[in-house]
Ligand binder design. Structure first.
Ligand code: ZN
Length: 149
């Protein structure tokens, strides 16, 4: 686990300093606001869904390093995925950070998102890591807001 932890630190720092897809999408047909009052993380997530494929996804907002890094990596991973694949990833990610899914033994499609398993050691950060995922999930289901509380 320590290798994964080191990678976790590195990736969080990198994405926090230089978040990917950190912008608004003017013609997004899906968007939602996410709020994690426990930490003060506020994100707005945008997605363009065409024929059930996420052709563009981006976010803006402010929050702690983990919430930002998680949102940044999420946008990278979701681009080009179908709505169904996105929902599967949301489900797997959520189960991973809450300890229900063991990335070593349970089959999953998480790929590089596996590094967020590191958040398990910091229970207060689970909502930070999953905020962007709850928010994109809300957006894809035409809900405008989500709060982790
Ligand atoms: Zn946070």
């Amino acid at each position: 686990m320590s290798e994964l932890n080191e990678l976790y630190q590195e990736v969080i720092l990198d994405h926090n300093k230089n978040p990917r897809n950190f912008r608004e999408i003017e013609n997004a047909n899906k968007q939602a606001d996410g709020n994690n009052p426990l930490c003060g993380d506020k994100l707005k997530v945008f997605a363009t869904l065409e024929d059930d494929v996420v052709t563009d996804v981006a976010f803006v907002g402010s929050g702690c390093a983990i919430s930002k890094a998680s949102a940044s990596m999420m946008t990278q991973v979701l681009k080009g995925k179908t709505k169904q694949e996105a929902e599967t990833l949301f489900d797997e990610f959520h189960r991973m950070v809450t300890g229900e899914l063991d990335i070593e033994t349970d089959e999953n499609t998480l790929g590089k998102l596996r590094i967020f398993a590191g958040v398990l050691e910091f229970p207060a950060r689970v909502k930070c890591a999953s905020l962007s995922w709850h928010t994109i999930n809300a957006a894809l289901h035409d809900e405008e807001e989500v709060s982790t509380e």
